[in-house]
Design a protein around this ligand. Structure first.
Ligand SMILES: [Zn+2]
Length: 69
């Protein structure tokens, strides 16, 4: 019974891990990352929108876009 609960916990946890991928405008001046590739903060991006790991984005000094939350 206990192992079942642990399995459930892990299953619930893995469904939440998609939030570690964020989207950025691949422009040299981009300072923000976005939770959604359809964010309005990305709509005026003239470069390619790419997905990267959130830790990588933070390491590059990027912060969460003002339209999110
Ligand atoms: Zn955004």
């Amino acid at each position: 019974m206990k192992s079942l609960l642990i399995t459930l916990f892990f299953l619930t946890n893995t469904t939440c891990t998609d939030s570690t991928t964020v989207y950025i405008c691949n422009s040299p001046g981009a300072k923000k990352y976005h939770n959604s590739p359809k964010c309005r903060g990305l709509s005026n991006c003239t470069y390619r929108v790419i997905s990267i790991d959130i830790e990588k984005a933070k390491k590059d000094g990027k912060t969460l876009c003002g339209w999110e939350k």
